[in-house]
Ligand binder design. Structure first.
Ligand SMILES: *[C@@H]1O[C@H](CO)[C@@H](O)[C@H](O)[C@H]1NC(C)=O
Ligand SMILES: *[C@@H]1O[C@H](CO)[C@@H](O)[C@H](O)[C@H]1NC(C)=O
Ligand SMILES: *[C@@H]1O[C@H](CO)[C@@H](O)[C@H](O)[C@H]1NC(C)=O
Length: 336
């Protein structure tokens, strides 16, 4: 409803070639018309926003108490390029919340209370190159949730509570170069998660709950790296690694890729098994598969001994039945 009222106000404005100076600056805000800059930071704004001058390119609404973003919240700012909404109390972004801000390139929604992303929240944001949703409360990244970001280069999702990334969450983001997912609760990375991000240069995954990597993730990264001309850097520090031969094999394969760099590999530490807790992976890497080889040898040895024992017992029984007086102790000594 609020959207309708705003749109009837905003539409005639959009049709007139108004310069910014023709609309007075909203009370409390400071405006610099010559650079199309409006600063309404720390003005105790909440759900009723003032009208902003048409033609504004840079709007700072940080440090207020804005609780949600609905379509036309900001009027019809067709020229807006940067919108700062960090440090508010936004918990809800509606479908099409920003759809009339078609020139928007940078959107900062960090340090709010967003826990859920509506499927249509990205509608109209085809020009956006930078989005920060850092320090919110997002738990799941649904499939196709970022579908309208045709130009996005940097996506910051650090310090949320992301546990799950559905397999097609990042599909279509072919221009993305920097992806920050550090400081979340991610435990597993599915095979297809990053496979469509063919411009990716930096993948920040440190401080999550990742204990193991599937060989498939490496395959997807390999594919990604081969598709693009530049190098890709992956950061994995601060995860609770389960150190075993499988992990060692995955890391060895990743190391063989020419364009892929695990920048903090030398800092990665084992969480378990218990005897390796706190050890640097790089220091114990050579032992991980040795331990497995030893286990295999021990198992093989055990099987051989069992088979041998069975043969011996069979032989013994045969001999016993043939010659009951035969000295068993001597027989055993002879065979071992
Ligand atoms: C914007 O306004 C706030 C509050 O008045 C002020 O602290 C801040 O320095 C201003 N920002 C700029 C870039 O002028
Ligand atoms: C901020 O706004 C709230 C209502 O939204 C009001 O109760 C409060 O007094 C305001 N604080 C200041 C400093 O203006
Ligand atoms: C964040 O979400 C969790 C549940 O996922 C909830 O318990 C918590 O209160 C939320 N925190 C904020 C600040 O909204």
């Amino acid at each position: 409803m609020a959207g309708l009222i705003f749109s009837t106000v905003a539409l005639p404005l959009a049709l007139l070639p108004l310069s910014m100076a023709q609309i007075s600056c909203s009370r409390g805000c400071s405006c610099q018309p010559e650079i199309k800059y409006v600063n309404c930071s720390s003005q105790n704004l909440s759900d009723t926003l003032p009208k902003f001058p048409f033609g504004t390119e840079y709007l700072d609404l940080s440090h207020n108490h804005i609780p949600h973003v609905l379509p036309f919240c900001f009027g019809n700012l067709l020229c807006l390029k940067t919108l700062l909404l960090r440090d508010n109390v936004v918990s809800y972004l509606s479908d099409g919340a920003f759809f009339n801000l078609r020139s928007l390139q940078k959107l900062d929604l960090s340090r709010n209370l967003i826990s859920f992303l509506e499927h249509g929240f990205s509608l109209g944001l085809n020009s956006l190159t930078e989005l920060s949703l850092a320090y919110n409360n997002i738990t799941v990244l649904e499939s196709n949730i970022f579908d309208h970001f045709d130009s996005l280069v940097k996506l910051d999702l650090r310090a949320n509570r992301i546990r799950q990334i559905k397999s097609r969450a990042f599909s279509s983001m072919t221009t993305l170069r920097h992806l920050y997912l550090n400081g979340n609760d991610i435990t597993t990375l599915e095979l297809a998660t990053f496979s469509t991000l063919r411009s990716l240069e930096m993948l920040q995954l440190s401080h999550n709950q990742i204990a193991e990597l599937q060989p498939g993730v490496f395959a997807a990264l390999c594919h990604l790296v081969l598709m693009c001309a530049s190098n890709a850097h992956v950061l994995l520090e601060g995860n609770p690694w389960h150190c075993d031969c499988d992990l060692q094999r995955v890391f060895r394969k990743l190391d063989e890729l020419h364009r892929l760099f695990l920048d903090d590999y030398h800092k990665l530490k084992c969480r378990d098994p218990e005897e390796l807790e706190g050890s640097l992976i790089v220091a114990v890497a050579d032992e991980l598969c040795i331990a497995e080889t030893v286990t295999v040898l021990i198992l093989t040895g055990t099987v051989l001994v069992t088979v041998l024992a069975a043969i011996l017992i069979g032989e013994k029984n045969k001999r016993q039945s043939l010659d009951k007086d035969y000295n068993l102790t001597c027989l055993n000594l002879k065979f071992y």
